[in-house]
Design a protein around this ligand. Structure first.
Ligand code: ADP
Length: 165
């Protein structure tokens, strides 16, 4: 049976930390689905369509990566994809660990057959988050050490448009 890894998240926008997890996941799974959650109560900087395009562009060199959006529970989405879907999450530090283990245990309670695996972030990326990348871009700082080149350009353009430059 094809092994499918499902990497869920907001990806607003994708960072080098996310890219690293996706790349490593492609070594483990036959296919990696990057699943953008259209969550409740979040007001994203990038639309879902923009986030899909950025991830697809950044992941072009990788084989067997698909990008989709989903709404609702991740476990229901995993079941809908069929096969033996495994949720992938990245762990940067102890606060990710605390939050993510609770989430994985809750998901196990909701659906026994949907497993979660954690990949520890590569040390070079453990300080990176989408929100900090946005904050830095907002203040006109360089983000090319934090996000893929296509995302750095998109962040620059987004804040240029917003400030009417
Ligand atoms: P969410 O809103 O679900 O936290 P994110 O897009 O922020 O969505 O993160 C998606 C997943 O990627 C989470 O498991 C998160 O811990 C992980 N992640 C975020 N940043 C990094 C990073 N720099 N290195 C490794 N994993 C990361």
């Amino acid at each position: 049976m094809k092994r499918v890894g499902i990497y869920t998240g907001s990806f607003d926008p994708m960072t080098l930390g996310h890219f690293d997890i996706i790349q490593r996941a492609t070594q483990i799974f036959d296919e990696v689905v990057v699943a953008i959650g259209e969550g409740r109560g979040k007001s994203p900087l990038f639309t879902a369509a923009e986030r899909i395009e950025l991830i697809e562009t950044a992941c072009k060199p990788l084989k067997a990566v698909r990008v989709e959006t989903f709404s609702g529970l991740a476990v229901e989405y995993a079941k809908k994809l069929g096969g033996k879907g495994v949720l992938i999450r990245g762990l940067r530090n102890s606060s990710d660990y605390n939050y993510e283990t609770q989430m994985a245990q809750m998901n196990q309670a909701l659906a026994h057959d949907v497993e979660t695996i954690f990949l520890a972030t590569s040390p070079a990326y453990s300080h990176i988050s989408s929100s900090l990348a946005k904050e830095i871009a907002y203040h006109g700082g360089q983000t090319k050490l934090l996000v893929p080149p296509v995302v750095a350009t998109a962040l620059e353009n987004k804040f240029k448009v917003r400030s009417g430059q």
